[in-house]
Design a protein. Structure first.
Length: 143
């Protein structure tokens, strides 16, 4: 993955992932390296494999729901970066399309890029903090 700052106010980056890159890990690594405390992003691209999840109310975890080990289009990726226990965390949802036109969506767990993924990330000047919600068990942004 390589990136470039394309605007200063608000600070905006373009991240370009390449074949073989892992998207979820790459986004988290970028957030840590840039010391992001608040940001939002969107992306499109294509993937050779993807694992999506859904929030299980019973286990209070994101559990795998869709695993596709085939070429798919990344139709939409949206998400945010916030701090949890002082460290950046990434929360992303994806919709992918298969060659037959069907789509699958959910919480991004893993995705392998092929051939590219283009992410536009905008840093917010405000710090966002996540705290574990007692009812859901999920880290939510405190508004």
């Amino acid at each position: 993955m390589h990136f470039r700052k394309i605007d200063e106010s608000p600070k905006t980056f373009i991240l370009v992932f390449e074949t073989g890159d892992e998207l979820a890990e790459g986004l988290l690594q970028f957030a840590k390296e840039q010391k992001l405390s608040a940001a939002s992003f969107k992306a499109v691209g294509a993937l050779s494999s993807v694992r999506l999840g859904w929030l299980s109310w019973e286990s209070k975890r994101y559990e795998p729901s869709v695993t596709l080990d085939e070429q798919v289009e990344l139709l939409s990726l949206i998400g945010d970066v916030a701090l949890k226990d002082g460290e950046p965390v990434v929360h992303a949802h994806a919709v992918v399309g298969k060659k037959d036109g069907t789509a699958h969506g959910g919480h991004l767990l893993k995705a392998r890029i092929r051939p590219t993924c283009e992410v536009v990330l905008i840093e917010s000047p405000a710090r966002l903090q996540k705290f574990v919600d007692a009812e859901s068990g999920v880290a939510l942004i405190a508004a």
